[in-house]
Write a protein that binds this ligand. Structure first.
Ligand SMILES: Nc1ncnc2c1ncn2[C@@H]1O[C@H](COP(=O)(O)OP(=O)(O)O)[C@@H](O)[C@H]1O
Ligand SMILES: CC(C)(COP(=O)(O)O)[C@@H](O)C(=O)NCCC(=O)O
Ligand SMILES: [K+]
Length: 256
């Protein structure tokens, strides 16, 4: 079995792969305070409960939380008996990082674009990752990562609205029934969700203008499902894009 680990700022998502098949996923809250032993026990318990194959061949890690990277490297060493494969811009994955500082590109973005390029090998593609941040990553048809806008996440935006005001409530992130809204909650839901839909579509339009070419758009991340039908430009939604990209990179690097 191969375990992929996507360490985000809010959630850590594990993928459990057997012979190239994604058997199971596990999503837990990111907690920098936990030890490698705690994370290892949690994984072992999940593997036992889900009756997965206990023999861990490799662990592949994408981390955008530097303090947790050594923690999961230790987990990997104990569980697989060897060093984890870490996603970064220096891995030979056949993608050119056409940006000022390739080493600063978030590992999750590398996974996203790798999978997007696999899905649309001869087309420009943009991944929109709705996580703690909302991240756009642009991969050209000739396999160059050329950057992409980064803005606040949908949940953090709505949480800030609630935290910084006396009268606005915490809202549930659901698709708004109306654009105008008849009460505070509906009005906030429209503002946040419809607002982000418009933000996405506008940024895609600007990206296309700058590239001078059309792009395919794929949505991913914890709350991406809410944007279905709200953004007119996102054509595929795949919450597991990052996890799949992690495994695809692993296969590519291993030459399988
Ligand atoms: N399965 C889910 N259903 C609904 N919301 C989710 C789900 N998973 C995560 N979320 C929410 O989506 C947000 C972003 O999650 P995620 O993409 O995992 O962020 P990050 O990659 O930054 O850790 C979080 O606020 C989380 O609470
Ligand atoms: C932009 C991010 C914070 C997104 O992280 P997430 O919302 O998935 O937790 C992460 O990809 C990151 O730390 N990137 C480094 C800067 C860059 O990619 O250019
Ligand atoms: K993510």
């Amino acid at each position: 079995m191969v375990i992929t680990v996507d360490i985000g700022n809010t959630n850590i998502v594990f993928g459990f792969f057997e012979k190239g098949m994604l058997l199971n996923t596990l999503r837990i809250v990111t907690d920098s305070g936990r030890t490698s032993d705690e994370y290892r026990l949690l994984l072992l318990q999940f593997i036992r409960e889900e009756k997965l194959h206990g023999n861990v061949e490799d662990v592949v890690i994408s981390s955008v939380v530097p303090s947790l990277t050594p923690v999961f490297r230790a987990v990997a060493r104990k569980m697989a008996g060897r060093d984890a494969i870490l996603i970064n811009s220096e891995l030979p994955i056949g993608i050119k990082f056409d940006v000022d500082e390739p080493r600063f590109v978030g590992a999750d973005r590398i996974c996203d674009i790798f999978e997007a390029h696999k899905l649309f090998p001869n087309e420009n593609a943009v991944t929109v990752d709705f996580g703690t941040a909302t991240t756009f990553s642009v991969i050209t048809k000739d396999g160059r990562f050329v950057g992409g806008p980064i803005t606040i996440g949908v949940l953090p935006a709505s949480t800030e609205l609630f935290r910084k005001t006396a009268q606005l409530p915490r809202i549930e992130l659901v698709k708004p029934k109306s654009a105008i809204g008849r009460n505070t909650v509906e009005e906030m839901q429209s503002g946040v969700i419809n607002g982000f839909g418009g933000l996405v579509d506008r940024l895609i339009e600007l990206i296309e203008e700058e590239l001078g070419e059309k792009v395919r758009v794929i949505g991913t991340g914890g709350i991406s499902h809410i944007m279905e039908g709200v953004s007119k430009r996102i054509e595929i939604f795949d919450k597991l894009l990052t996890i799949k990209g992690l495994y695809s990179i692993y296969e590519y690097v291993k030459g399988k």
